[in-house]
Design a protein around this ligand. Sequence first.
Ligand code: PXP
Length: 242
Amino acid sequence: MVILGVNVDHIATVRQARKTFEPDPVMAATLAILGGADGITVHLREDRRHIQDRDLKILREVVPCELNLEMAATEEMINIALNIKPDMVTIVPEKRQELTTEGGLNVIELKDSLKEAIKKIKDAGIPVSLFINPERNDIECSKDIGADMVEIHTGYYSESRGDVQLKELERIKDAVAYSISLGLKTNAGHGLNYYNVKSIAAIKGLRGLYIGHSIIARAVLVGIEKAVREMKNLIKEAYINA
Ligand code: PXP
């Protein structure tokens, strides 16, 4: 069965909205693991809009399963990866203005710089995955420049409907089969939710699914009743004891 890596970035997004201590993505990560997550993913962005360096450091200490660091292939991030030593690094494209990672890496255009980054990270014993579109050329290039794994972008599939979505699903299936045939470990992610995950999870040979937003969004909703009840109980207790 495919493994599930849970991305806890948006727990940190809520915390950073108030620049306070809660909710802590480290606590969320340990609860996600108790819930069955096979790994935890965080994206340390250049602008530190959600995950902070402190989060990554503590996660490295407390995550007993796969810690996947998503990052841009910059010198700063490579140095952080070499220092923290996550279980794997996923290189993603990163633009300051984007709300989330918008597309796969342009591996062909960035071939030389990516090759150099992959070598540095792999030389430190850390496996490297590249986040790419479901394109055969990008898969071949990822293999050529030394990636151990690829993560196939499922965002276009997730955002589409009907026949277009079925076509996107076929593209992903073809990309996964091709990638596996080249000997790359093959993951998928982005935009997967409770309504569209099944068709992707059923693809034979996939190693991992990386899911964030939909899980955190559901956690907020399934947790709100309990959270309000706990606050009401505190207020009631204070009133009775006053
Ligand atoms: N995989 C990669 C490479 C990503 O950049 C993201 C978003 O941070 C995800 C998976 C998770 O996407 P989502 O939050 O839409 O589930």
